[in-house]
Design a protein around this ligand. Sequence first.
Ligand SMILES: Nc1ncnc2c1ncn2[C@@H]1O[C@H](COP(=O)(O)OP(=O)(O)O)[C@@H](O)[C@H]1O
Ligand SMILES: [Mg+2]
Length: 277
Amino acid sequence: MHLIETRDLTYIYPGNVRGLDRVHFIAPRNARIAVIGSNGAGKSTLFKHFNGIFQPTSGSVLVRGEPITRENIREVRRFVGVVFQNPDDQIFSPTVEQDVAFGPTNLGLDEEIVQHRVDEALRVVGIEHLRDRVPHHLSGGEKKRVAIAGVIAMEPQVLVLDEPTAGLDPQGVHDLVGFINSLSRTYGMTVIFSTHDVSLVPEVADLIYVMDRGRIVAEGDCQEIFSRPDLLFSARLDVPVLPKLISSLREQGVDITMAYTFTEAERNFLAAYRRSA
Ligand SMILES: Nc1ncnc2c1ncn2[C@@H]1O[C@H](COP(=O)(O)OP(=O)(O)O)[C@@H](O)[C@H]1O
Ligand SMILES: [Mg+2]
């Protein structure tokens, strides 16, 4: 049974705008999943179905094999934590600490457990130093981290991040990559995130869905997706810089093995250099 599955999911906005068109999406256990697509591709519309904010126009959404109903929606929202693109929609308490504590407190957990979860969430996203600050006075990137900490403190099995790098500085992006990987490794959390910044994807995803105009036009691992420049261009995306560079060098006769992550690329460049020296 998959954690999340959509079957033939179609969503039509008022005014007959097709947000999603027969989407089949599967989130396997303990995967790091990237949904890539240009503006308007349907990423946010898809994510709003994962915890019942939107209901399908047709088709279905299954969470742990079950459709989302009025009876199970609270449970679904504990299981699937969604962080939306605009952090202002998710932050409302007078201090960061209270904001992050809001969700777990509402679950009716003991104060001690809430405190433990809050400390852990602040630590994971690297904002312990903002604990006593007023969320509304923080920068966009800081607010985003507060929103993420608030969702992590609920300890969902599936963490959904809509455009998590939007508004983050380079250090913020680096930290994000680090904690997505550690949430997956340490807690076995499944992480689903959207982006149009493809260069980050190989560092944080095992499974990639490409969206274009409300449809999923391809799915696969880095090798399967990033070896298809035509597909990416037609979806108004790009090939990440490392495979793009290596493939250009290969076309010019350089004997170098393809790579997607920085570590792999560094190793393959060194090996190619040593072979030629
Ligand atoms: N509230 C809305 N009303 C009408 N159309 C919408 C609304 N929100 C999004 N859309 C349309 O649905 C499509 C998918 O949008 P969205 O899911 O926000 O894309 P993405 O998150 O990939 O940028 C776009 O064509 C967009 O214009
Ligand atoms: Mg969006």
